[in-house]
Ligand binder design. Structure first.
Ligand SMILES: Cc1ncc(COP(=O)(O)O)c(C=O)c1O
Length: 379
């Protein structure tokens, strides 16, 4: 009915960044590229595949770029909706690191598995295996299956003991399922390790557990071709262990405040490619100003706050939905309404999920516009 759509007023290619309306989610293309290259170099050096987790950005063009830069490593998704978005846009090697439960979803999964070259999913219970087998049989297809092992995160996954062997055998014996290997996501290390040496030690310990599981399953007569591990923080530690065949980081092209604080020896502000540029909307007091980015612009689902990208003398201290409180008591200059301030995002996955568009920038100009296509696709 109305022609007042905001689409025509959105950012355009080659527009100077300083002209963008704020708040705007930016990605520094050069920093993103070099972050991807660093993980690719690690994967090459340690002879592991790099399958990027696209839950972070939910955009098929970025997924294709990651797939290309990782030499066809494929992608991971966390929801079936993400799988559909990626498949529809031509990505043909996808691993769904999540359980598919319910008849409707099983139908969608089987349909998709016939559309793409390779699609695998995750199980961690007899119930999931039986549902998958029934669906595969009904759809006259074969489903590739990964068994999730709980190495200490205590989220999903089976304990690395006899239960793992029993489930692997069950998949192997199912007429229409193909057992590909295990998922051993070791994110618990992030809450325990504080130094590089501790990351090394705790990831190695976790991978030794994974190695034990692989040996037990193989002794039972089931080959384990794939051992998938790692997020952004742990991939480059766990990936050194010979049992690992594939790392699955998601945030690595962008980084965020969480990664910056977690691994300061590895991640600098320059490596934080995802930022939000904001505008000062009010300077109510000499030592305090307010920007137009609050909790609907920066996801605050972790304890971190946004961190200024290019300066250390101001601090983002509090947020309401559309307002960000900035403490300027240590700043030498004074600020005026209309000034612009850029912040590294606290948690990149959930922050991107708040935005419609990721604006790729290079040399202070808009060079790419990536829609967050699978935003809202939680089913
Ligand atoms: C199973 C699995 N693999 C990989 C990742 C990617 O980890 P990160 O976001 O730390 O890069 C996630 C993230 O939640 C995950 O759940």
């Amino acid at each position: 009915m109305s022609t007042w759509t905001t689409d025509e007023m959105g950012p355009t290619l080659y527009q100077p960044v300083e002209d963008l309306e704020t708040p705007a989610l930016l990605v520094d293309i050069d920093a993103m590229t070099s972050n991807i290259e660093a993980y690719v170099a690690f994967a090459d050096e340690h002879d592991v595949s790099l399958r990027s987790h696209v839950k972070t950005h939910k955009n098929a063009e970025l997924a294709a770029l990651e797939d290309e830069m990782t030499d066809g490593g494929g992608i991971c998704c966390q929801t079936l909706g993400e799988v559909e978005t990626m498949a529809r846009n031509g990505i043909d090697d996808i691993y769904l690191s999540y359980q598919v439960i319910g008849d409707r979803k099983l139908d969608r999964f089987c349909w998709l598995s016939q559309k793409v070259d390779k699609l695998a999913t995750t199980v961690d219970s007899v119930a999931t295996i039986e549902m998958l087998q029934d669906a595969a049989s009904d759809h006259e297809t074969t489903i590739n299956v990964i068994l999730e092992i709980d190495l200490g995160l205590h989220r999903t996954g089976v304990s690395p003991d006899s239960e793992a062997v029993a489930l692997a055998k069950r998949v192997d014996e199912a007429a229409d399922l193909e057992f590909d290997g295990i998922l051993a996501y070791e994110a618990q290390v992030k809450s325990k390790a504080e130094t590089e040496a501790e990351y090394d030690e705790l990831c190695w310990e976790a991978m030794e557990l994974a190695r034990g599981v692989v040996e037990d399953i193989e002794v039972a007569g089931v080959p384990v071709d794939e051992v998938k591990v790692g997020g952004t923080a742990t991939s480059r530690y766990s990936g050194k262990h010979p049992v690992v065949t594939e790392i699955n980081p998601g945030m690595y092209p962008f980084n965020d405040v969480g990664e910056l604080k977690r691994r300061p020896w590895e991640v600098s502000k320059d490596d934080c490619a995802a930022t939000v540029v904001t505008t000062v909307v009010s300077v109510p007091e000499e030592d305090r100003l307010v920007v137009d980015g609050g909790s609907k612009t920066f996801s605050l689902d972790t304890p971190e706050m946004p961190v200024p990208k290019n300066r250390d003398d101001i601090e983002y201290v509090n947020a309401s939905e559309e307002h960000g409180w900035i403490d300027t008591s240590d700043a030498e200059e004074s600020f005026a309404v209309g000034d612009r301030l850029e912040f590294i995002v606290p948690h990149v996955c959930t922050t991107i999920n708040l935005h419609d568009l990721i604006i790729g920038v290079r040399a202070d100009r808009v060079e790419e516009l990536w829609e967050v296509q699978a935003r809202g696709k939680v089913r």
